[in-house]
Design a protein around this ligand. Sequence first.
Ligand code: SAM
Length: 287
Amino acid sequence: MKHQGSGLRTAALYVVATPLGNLGDISARALEVLRGAAAIACEDTRHTRRLLDHFGIRTETFSLHEHNEAAASERLLRLLREGRAVALVSDAGTPAVSDPGARAVAAVRAAGFDAIPVPGPNAAVAALSASGLADPHFLFYGFLPTKEAARRKALAELKPLPCALVFYEAPHRIEEAVADLAAVLEPGRTLVVARELTKLFESIVSLPLAEAPAWLAADADRRRGEFVLVVSAPPPAEGVSAEAARVLELLLAELPLKQAVKLAAEISGASKNALYDLALEKKKSQD
Ligand code: SAM
């Protein structure tokens, strides 16, 4: 493994997570990489310059965002071919997670170079860690569709999954997104609204989904800032585990009701009667 003078690997792309708000969250390794790299590919150079100035880092920057990712990747590859270490950052958090970067990383790896993660802040993981939800599994969805019909359809598909759901949402869409969560998902599921994480007005509130639209409407401050929404896993149906319900759901999409129930019972070991009741309930809610 070759290293350049700075202690960094040569001809490698470092994918560097940066703070969500609190600059103290930058890691010692992230600073070492940002300082030692030949250049930093940034989602927005002006935004990253403020971070670099704060830490007295003079490394050259160039922009790599959604609209120039192909051309900027070429520039990045040229640097790697010259044997340089390059860093990649987004405006906040982890690059390529609901942020640009994935295509550049793919191009780098396809060209035979290494992409090295420098892990750190991520809004979804920060929200989950302080949510208090004990569900063993979660699905990170990122941003829901912006149009109501598409959003509700996406939520209906997510509804039966036996895991907590994690969404990103912008302040101007928070009310409609929460209204749809409450309309489509089970009203008793817990919603955790994690707002302005690591910033001055950080707040993390848990409430039943059914109460969330009124809670948001009651105070404009609750709708300001950046949001992660975490919804607890669905309650297991009476006598049927979440896993068995999921198996049934999948089979019902392909088979007649009786056959789906029989197979689901065989696969999951759940009671045939309980599955039958659940299947009827699901059918009724679709009619
Ligand atoms: N790559 C970032 C990450 O690792 O979390 C996410 C970038 S995505 C474009 C921006 C979204 O992340 C925001 O709309 C919001 O949903 C969420 N987010 C970012 N910073 C946040 C914060 N401080 N508090 C709550 N949510 C945040």
